[in-house]
Design a protein around this ligand. Structure first.
Ligand code: AMP
Ligand code: GLY
Length: 417
């Protein structure tokens, strides 16, 4: 297979995807739109409004791309993958209707109920009275979720009734649910709508500060594998969560082909789904792809073309990967942008097993400056988590970003520290 690939998006996830694709001998040319300053090092960048399906499809046609991969959720929910396929180009990413699994928490709950997938009990509320009944039914800690897409910031988990109530009333439609205790796991599966191929599990750190303090973010770091997890976890989740969900969506006439992301809580009563996403997670993708030895383009193309049943077993490195996100001043509130970044060349030169994936960066007069809340995702591999973690933090220490912040405890507990 020789393939010309266009990746849509411009975060660290897309940088990780492009990095893997650039190492895949089948990929003859690699394009990304809109990309970022780091992705420009491995792919040719193009300007496009990623939410405009017609524009993305037109770009793919004009480049002669054989295969398009849509990274973020917003274009998927907007139907960008449908628009690309309508022009006869293979595309990795679910239809707009299937992407509702992420786009609407109420829809996801409905699918899970029909498929018998274990998740938190919940109420969907649209009035203040319904909100009060639901908050009272579950008690503290309260879990209140905006029904629509909110870039990881629509969820409030709090012990304070007034805060929970205020968030609920600020949303048009809200899902209020039972609190799930226990560690979280992100498990991704590549699917063609029928066959499900799970990847290796990872753990994300959602809170802004060490020890899981501070507000929820898009994710401040991740690691894989999970030495503490039951070795049967992936099989169990495939059987009880991933396959039933894919089967239910196919049964409804809206098959889901693309990346199905299960956010799970390992509770004392068993595995429960916290949320589904319809795309690769960020920052978990950075560590999962760092360990995947199977070339990426063939795998994703097999999913896009209904060929997964015949796809060879995935190959993984036995080692570990850790990524640490460097965020802007004031992220996740109102992040400051435009700050110069230093030390990137230093990492490239001195850290053989670490590399910097760009999240929100752009080039400004030959300098690389911050351009978003999450700025860099510093990733490293090693024979075990402690080594990978050490290398990632050594690289983080070489990087300068005024007012920037990062967590210092990514993978610490899992590495036995
Ligand atoms: P979500 O966007 O649904 O993944 O929620 C963001 C984060 O809020 C999750 O990663 C959890 O840390 C937390 N969260 C969401 N739902 C629950 C729940 N039912 N119980 C406990 N924590 C939750
Ligand atoms: N890491 C969380 C997400 O991608 O939604």
């Amino acid at each position: 297979m020789r393939v010309k690939v266009l990746v849509i998006g411009g975060g660290a996830r897309e940088h990780a995807l492009c990095r893997s694709l650039s190492l895949d001998p089948d990929v003859t040319s690699l394009h990304c739109a809109p990309g970022n300053a780091g992705i420009g090092g491995v792919a040719e960048l193009h300007q496009v409004d990623a939410l405009d399906g017609a524009a993305v499809a037109e770009l793919a046609v004009s480049l002669g791309a054989d295969f398009v991969i849509v990274g973020p959720e917003a274009p998927l929910v907007a139907g960008v993958a449908d628009a690309v396929r309508a022009r006869g180009i293979d595309c990795f990413g679910p239809t707009a209707r299937a992407a509702e699994l992420e786009g609407s928490k109420a829809f996801a709950k409905d699918v899970m109920a029909a498929a018998g997938v274990p998740t938190a009990r919940s109420y969907v509320c649209t009035t203040a009275d319904e909100v009060d009944v639901a908050l009272d039914a579950f008690g503290a800690p309260y879990v209140v979720k905006d029904d629509g897409l909110a870039a990881g910031k629509g969820v409030v988990v709090t012990g304070d009734l007034a805060t929970a109530r205020a968030h609920a009333l600020s949303c048009d439609r809200v899902v209020i649910e039972e609190f799930l205790d226990g560690p979280e796991v992100s498990l991704f599966a590549v699917t063609d709508g029928e066959t499900v191929v799970p990847l290796q599990p990872a753990q994300d750190f959602k809170r802004a500060l060490d020890d899981d303090e501070g507000p929820n973010t898009g994710g401040m770091g991740a690691y894989s594998p999970l030495p503490w997890a039951d070795p049967k976890l992936v099989d169990e989740v495939e059987r009880t969560v991933l396959q039933p969900t894919v089967d239910e969506l196919r049964r409804r006439g809206t098959p889901f082909a693309g990346l199905l992301y299960a956010g799970l809580a390992i509770t004392s009563r068993g595995v429960r789904v916290i949320e589904f996403n319809a795309r690769f997670g960020d920052p978990e993708t950075q560590v999962v792809l760092a360990r995947l030895k199977t070339p990426l383009a063939g795998l994703l193309r097999a999913a896009a073309t209904g060929q997964l049943a015949a796809f060879p077993r995935l190959r993984w490195s036995d080692g570990a990967a850790v990524t640490v996100v460097i965020a802007s001043y004031n992220y996740p509130d109102t992040p400051r942008t435009g700050d110069p970044i230093s030390g990137l060349a230093d990492v490239a030169e001195k850290d053989e097993h670490a590399y910097v994936l760009h999240a929100g960066t752009r080039e400004d007069d030959g300098r690389i400056v911050s351009a978003g809340g999450r700025v860099l995702s510093v990733t490293a591999t090693g024979s075990d988590l402690a080594k990978a973690r050490d290398r990632a933090y050594r690289a983080v220490d070489r990087i300068g970003l005024d007012g920037g912040h990062h967590r210092t405890d990514i993978a610490a507990k899992a590495a036995g520290l």
